[in-house]
Write a protein that binds this ligand. Sequence first.
Ligand SMILES: Nc1ncnc2c1ncn2[C@@H]1O[C@H](COP(=O)(O)OP(=O)(O)OP(=O)(O)O)[C@@H](O)[C@H]1O
Length: 798
Amino acid sequence: MWRFSSLTRGTSCLLPFRKAPALRHFSVFLVRHGPVWPPVRASPACLHLPRITVLLSFCRSFKKNAKSTLDFPVTPITVTDIKQYLRSKEIPFHDGFSCLHAPSFFLEHTGAQGGSEAAGRDGFTLFIDKTTGQFLCKETLVEGSWEDLQDCVEVMQKEGCSYLSPDVLLGYPESPEEQEVKEMELREVQRIWSASVSFSDLPDEEAQLVKTMFRMDSISNATLKRFGVRFFKPTKSLVFPWFGGRDSGLRGLKLLTASCDKDGAVSYADATLPRPSAYHNLFGLPLVGRKDSEVVLTGRETDALAVSQATGLPCLTLPRGVSSLPPVLLPYLEQFKRVTLWLGGDINSWEASKIFSRKLGLKRCSLVRPGEQQPCPSEALESGRSLSRILKASISAAHKSIVSFRQLRDDVYGELANREQVAGVKWGRFPELNKILKGHRKGELTVFTGPTGSGKTTFISECALDLCVQGVNTLWGSFEINNVRLAKIMLTQFSMQRLEDDLEQYDAWADKFEDLPLYFMTFHGQQNLKTVLDTMHHAAYLYDISHVVIDNLQFMMGQENQSVDKFAIQDHMIGAFRKFATHSSCHVTLIIHPRKEEDDKDLQTASIFGTAKASQEADNVLILQEKKLVTVPGRRSLQVAKNRFDGDVGVFPLEFNKSSLTFSAPLKAKNKLRKVKGDKPDAPESEEKPAKVEKAEKVEKPAKVEKVEKAEKVEKPAKVEKVEKAEKPARATKTPKAEKGMPSRRQGSLRPCVLQSHVHWELHCSVGASRSRGANTCPCRQMAIFRFKPRLIFHSTV
Ligand SMILES: Nc1ncnc2c1ncn2[C@@H]1O[C@H](COP(=O)(O)OP(=O)(O)OP(=O)(O)O)[C@@H](O)[C@H]1O
């Protein structure tokens, strides 16, 4: 498959982390995310065509422009624009579910300018995404942006031809370094694949053992063979292949590895080659027939095996499970009139299936609601349930404007039965925040304020990073500081160390950071609300963003608006972000400066700049309190002043670590959590009384604040120093080197395990020994580390 790497209009306002750093790293980005292999270059035959050279030079100059316009907002394309353009060029098309279908002008017999009606509906092989204009020719696998498509049409018209060679568009030329990385990855894919064995070649006993390990005892060898699943002995991993491209060759792999923790609990982790952002495999696609009109979408490959074996229905697995449905896959799903989403057996899968069904077209989608009787497909198969019956009971995704409780009762039950999941994603670095807010939930609006220069950006950056590491797809709108500075802060917080002191470590940390689902809007300073919202919508569509951070509202509004009714403008903006959060099932964190307050007074909800709209619309109000001290930096604490989810509010101290720029609370501080209004921190939820929000507002009365102030008075400079000495550095301040039992630096550099779910560290030593135990054992002594190539390390239980 060939990919044209210029950016689409909407995405020109978005920047993944990969593009932020220096050119050297930008080039690495292109290798990993640009044209996917096998590289398709302009064939010599194509270059001999004199007419085509016009397009080649045009495209090159266009790309140059695209790069330089990266920072400028552009109007997003709409489906009406696309249709109008196609009509104006007399290109026939018809409406699909998420794409427009048109005849491909990369195929000689169905040129856009002629005879496509004769080709009939099935002859329309060019798919144009209705939201982005991105196109794919399913026959030739040429794909590109809406601008590329217009370029092609313009050139065809100019040159009077009705057909273009599939090789006509060129991507960026690759540097030798890029080619080398790509070839190395491909070699690695081939090496692992050829060293893997099919299940029918494994001794029966071993095959059964492996199946048990991956909880797929009921999956037959025949099913595994049909899907091409193999077993890779050195890491005890299941290998799921990705076949595709014009030659249907092997393009990548996903490895699923099982490991046991100290308590014997089995956990699973997967790794892909190429890395996840370039891994666009709809697992099971080669088995789908052209005439199939029904499909089941699953979140895991083993689930696809279960559904296919039990029902015989075509079944596909989304490459990134419940975390996102990349629009680049949508053309491959256009042929299905009915799509059943059975992404797993928990609330997260349910939420994701509702979001994905909007992209796929609500009318054709039905969803399997998770529940005791409807676990994920592989579990359903193992427990002897009828998968066909579960699929039959799936419910339509189409929205109903008026519902009765009867339609809601299962949803209500789901919320009650899955309290922890409904509470949202828990912070790893801020347990106090979990205690008060319970978690980070989609669809909410958080307003965050704090005195000027108190560390709002620094704190929110760590908070958002914490979630992002756990798979929360995050979009940053930093209107105050530029993206390079912001990325630097986040990378420092991610690595928990001063990287400027150890630049050798930069690439290792940057490689891991690159894999986070983190994107930046390229805006800086004042920005038009519509442009920002368009970009947010676009990002939500492209990357399934579930957390947007706006830092900050005042900078986004700019000074120009200050002369008009600035409060009304701010209220309008807050209302728009609220609406976005609700409609897009996305959490929006809005940083708003406070009004000018007296230095010695704590901020309150009423201190947020503007009218009461901000605190009324917000689900959560967080205040970074700063106690101004003369001789040393003031102590910070975080106050949760509003919590619509369950009403709990409170305040806890923050300890700032200057070298890692982290605020993660020191261990002792955990005991210092104060629940305002006498809430017992550890009281069971059932004991908590309603109307907590009201309570929250009450604490902001002067009398209460005074009380808090009294408590803070003990923090005289001398004492603060003492406390700081007594409180051992929190987890946040520990670098890998500080871990007990770590091998020495001489043995190699240490990094957190590549598979996020592991708590172990990986040892990164110089050259690729095939396997070495002992010295290369994780400090926890649980894992042996096997090394395959400089960047990729697999773990396996000893
Ligand atoms: N608790 C702290 N103690 C000392 N320095 C801090 C603390 N928190 C942040 N800083 C430092 O203060 C500087 C300003 O921090 P930051 O930009 O996060 O503040 P801010 O509240 O977002 O500022 P602004 O009001 O301008 O938006 C940074 O250099 C940061 O490293």
